[in-house]
Design a protein around this ligand. Sequence first.
Ligand SMILES: Nc1ncnc2c1ncn2[C@@H]1O[C@H](COP(=O)(O)OP(=O)(O)OP(=O)(O)O)[C@@H](O)[C@H]1O
Length: 240
Amino acid sequence: MEEKRQPVIQVKNLYKIFRVGDEKVRALNGVDLTIYKGEFCAIVGTSGSGKSTMLNMLAGLEKPTKGEVVVAGQHLENMTENQLVKFRREKVGFIFQSFNLLGTMNAIENVALPLTFRGVDKKVREAKAVKMLKLVGLSKHMLHRPNEMSGGQQQRVGVARALVLDPEIIFADEPTGNLDSHTSAEVLGLMRKVVQEKNQTMVMVTHDNHLAGFADRIFHIIDGKIVKIETRSEYKEDEQ
Ligand SMILES: Nc1ncnc2c1ncn2[C@@H]1O[C@H](COP(=O)(O)OP(=O)(O)OP(=O)(O)O)[C@@H](O)[C@H]1O
């Protein structure tokens, strides 16, 4: 089993040091990790542990101080800003805590929006958006605007919008931050299902241990270091 797994994200000896006045903040203090194709991984830690910094490095939003970040075969630490923009556009989808939906657009239009930026034909855009909304269980809410939907439904529109471009890798930052625990569990279960079906790779950061439990593997981060990696027991048994 193990040797067939294809690494999608490889981080080696990663440091991110911020200077604040005379002080140095070691937001990432020597991180090594590998994430494989098809995995749903969670990076979990308390406030200030380095989660967002880690996600920013993996998504090519910020440059490391030192170390390697290889994503989908590309060394992000050597790329120019233009190359990073291209990398993000082609490879990556984002799901945020705040849904970032446009209030004047209905669900279909919101989900179709990233395809507009790619110059996809209107009919094709709408067909893809409808398909994604069905996949996230919103068949009956396609024409609803954000203020005509619940928080959980809005977040599912956000998930559909992140996945409509079929990204190889999805990054999620506290994706259920504004939702109650029951709805959070539903949204995460759904994200996991969709990503699994398409054999995509998802990395989520959260401070919530319970929500991290939805992931195949959990990386625990404390003071910019990965201190423990947990694998779901059912997967461990598969691998033996
Ligand atoms: N731009 C910055 N300049 C200076 N220090 C920073 C900067 N960004 C983050 N830090 C520091 O780096 C450390 C890690 O921050 P980070 O935002 O990655 O934590 P986090 O785990 O995502 O926290 P939270 O859950 O509160 O969002 C913190 O000590 C933070 O104060």
